[in-house]
Design a protein around this ligand. Sequence first.
Ligand code: FES
Length: 189
Amino acid sequence: MATLEQTDGPADGHSGDGTRRRDFINIAAVSFAGIGAATVLIPLVNQMNPSADVLALASIEVDLAAIKPGQAIKTSWRKQPVFIRNLMPKEIAEANAVDASSLRDPATLAERTKEGHNNWLITMGVCTHLGCVPLGAGEGEARGDFGGYFCPCHGSHYDTAARIRKGPAPLNLHVPDYAFKSDTVVQIG
Ligand code: FES
């Protein structure tokens, strides 16, 4: 370890091994600065790690078995509402009868669902206008002019593929990342 002790070295400021005393001082100062930076960094890095409750919310599993055709449920993921709907054949046919290219936010039902599971419409329950929670997932709630979801805040109507069809919302209800773990269980996130 370098010391700052005055020695009987040569008058030109060099110690016996040729290293100048000023270099000892610089080395010592850099070492202390390095230790200081490390002690500040460790708590900062710890603060940036996601907490256990945030990690637990990163993905959820939902059992769909109890949701009958025509029914929907609201669940919650990352503190935001999610709608899961079991479409009836009639609702699937209505969605497929629309020319997707004519829509404000063009997308087909097939693109918004998983292959082999076209009856399961899983979307965020957040209106793309100003973020209200649309109606239509709860029992007896208004589903709007197109049979999907209705946001009464400013009158946005979504169809049976949760695509925006009327009103001020610019985009379809967002489809989150999800995957089927089995025929009746999905993992969202
Ligand atoms: S927030 Fe949904 S229509 Fe305005």
